[in-house]
Design a protein around this ligand. Structure first.
Ligand code: SF4
Length: 516
């Protein structure tokens, strides 16, 4: 096989930006799979140029003029940028490949703009791709393994690519690691709920942690496990076995059911500094928070006590909430969240608006059958800006009024002061200050959406699903964000079929019925 010139791009940003958060933290949001694919391509004997695109650089200038193959990894919010880049690289003779969450959620759409679209990706899938590597147009080929790979390259093997990303992180340098894949819980909106839980090799993890102690005085490791610590004792024993207590700073996303006081003591002893538990809803998902049948104010009280306990052991806790769930009604979910913030001022809240990402979760089939999914351009699907589901129990006006009111509460002087006072750790304090800044931007954005619901004649028909014509407001934002790459956005690439998952399932069923 001839030696290929391959470009691998990890799209952390969805367009050029220079804001403070991007400059300090974007490079720390690098994904593991693009680094993994880069390692596998090199192992197959090819030349790889790797770029973690943070929004601060020109993605084109970072690559040689000619490439045989370009692999892009992105979340859905980066899809329009990825489509434009694919078009540009194809014009220079490259074959293009899309991987990452967008490829898994919207394969039918991505196949229109890429030669290959990756589902579950193991080394065999990449090897097959490299052997064929021929263009497939106008519709690309969907390649997928039966499940997630059982092993991934270690940090040592990915190190060269991790370092490249770290050069763009001026102060804090987080090393992405993975201890497990999938999740045993079944939260209906989550892409990991349909991936069987699978721990990765403990020996590799231990060797990686020792390796990092040789690279940094005090490494910072971000666990990318969807739910860290499912096999709590096994993981913590492996960490304790590998490195001295509290010699590495760890960041992890875990469900509250895992974060009991004895577990928190052990996590603190081992250097865990930042925990991100999902609360999601005051009315639902009691199993993952171990609140059982408790809901409403009882659940607020119980979780607040637990989060305040967690804050005694780790300085930074981010609590994730989802709004717009079918179980939510009236002002109660928002009012309870405000109350939670008042009695848990040290926690940083992250608000997500219910978004049905293509075929991420089986529940999306139901939403599509009900005709509730809207073709909001991918660019806005970051769980914050572009809720693509018509809420069941709210009008759009009441929904946004409630969200605006909640954020105003969050950024009131009283809340900010209480939050600042409640965190004794100086780095966590400042991180919270930096992280408050986007709220002002978010509030401005929601107010604009709310205003347009009253005055923009294109808005309401689109959000009510009466037309698929995308309001100019959305188009202009994407055009501005893509800058010169707007010219490369293929025709029709702002639109997508929000019911593609349902149609492909129905097609498969018809094929099955026809087969003898
Ligand atoms: S607990 Fe977290 S990772 Fe697991 S299914 Fe629920 S949201 Fe997803």
């Amino acid at each position: 096989m001839r030696k290929l010139k391959i470009g691998v791009i990890d799209l952390v940003a969805k367009g050029p930006t220079r804001n403070l958060w991007a400059r300090t933290m974007h490079a720390n949001l690098a994904s593991i799979m693009p680094q993994t694919i880069a390692v596998w391509c090199e192992e197959e004997g090819h030349d790889v140029t790797f770029v973690c695109y943070t929004g601060l650089e020109n993605p084109i200038e970072e690559f040689p003029e000619t490439l045989d193959l370009v692999v892009i990894g992105t979340f859905s919010q980066g899809a329009q940028l990825a489509y434009a880049l694919s078009n540009l690289f194809r014009s220079r003779g490259a074959v293009t490949v899309l991987g990452g969450p967008h490829a898994r959620c919207y394969p039918q759409d991505a196949q229109k703009y890429f030669d290959y679209v990756l589902g579950f990706t193991g080394k065999d899938v990449i090897r097959d791709l490299l052997h064929d590597c021929s263009p497939h147009r106008p519709i690309g080929v969907h390649l997928s393994a039966n499940g997630q790979p059982m092993t991934l390259p270690s940090v040592q093997e990915r190190w060269k690519f991790i370092e490249l990303s770290h050069r763009k992180a001026p102060w804090i340098k987080v090393v992405p690691m993975l201890g497990s894949m999938g999740c045993p819980y079944t939260c209906s909106f989550c892409i990991d709920s349909v991936v069987p839980y699978q721990p990765l090799e403990f020996d590799v993890m231990k060797a990686d942690l020792r390796f990092l102690l040789g690279k940094f005085k005090r490494p910072i490791v971000g666990w990318h496990d969807p739910n860290f610590g499912i096999r709590f004792d096994d993981y913590l024993s492996a960490i304790e076995d590998a490195v001295p207590p509290d010699s590495v700073d760890f960041i992890a996303e875990s469900s509250l059911s895992i974060l009991s006081e004895p577990h928190m003591k052990r996590l603190k002893r081992n250097g865990f500094k930042m925990m991100l538990p999902g609360i999601e809803s005051w009315q639902d998902f009691g199993n993952k928070s171990k609140t059982g049948k408790h809901s409403g104010i009882d659940k607020v009280q119980q979780i607040s006590e637990q989060v305040n306990m967690i804050l005694r052991y780790v300085p930074y806790v981010q609590t994730n909430f989802v709004f717009g769930l079918d179980i939510d009604e009236g002002t109660e979910p928002f009012g309870l969240t405000k109350h939670f913030l008042d009695i848990t001022p040290g926690a940083y809240p992250a608000y997500l608006l219910l978004t049905a990402y293509g075929q991420a979760a089986p529940l999306n089939l139901e939403y599509q059958r009900e005709g509730r999914v809207l073709p909001i351009p991918f660019y806005f699907l970051d769980s914050k800006r572009g809720m693509n589901m018509k809420p069941k129990n709210y009008t759009w006006e009441t929904f946004y009024d409630n969200v605006i009111d909640l954020i105003k509460h969050n950024i009131s002087w009283q809340s900010l002061f209480n939050g600042y006072k409640a965190i004794p750790h100086s780095t966590a304090r400042w991180l919270n200050v930096i992280r408050v800044l986007p709220w002002f931007e978010q509030l401005k954005y929601y107010r604009e959406i709310r205003r347009r619901l009253d005055v923009d004649p294109q808005f309401r028909p689109f959000l009510e699903g009466e037309t698929t014509e995308i309001p100019q407001f959305y188009v202009e934002r994407i055009r501005k964000s893509l800058g010169t790459l707007w010219e490369w956005l293929p025709e029709g690439a702002l639109y997508h079929d929000p019911n593609a998952y349902l149609k492909s399932e129905e097609n498969s069923l018809t094929q099955l019925e026809k087969s003898p």
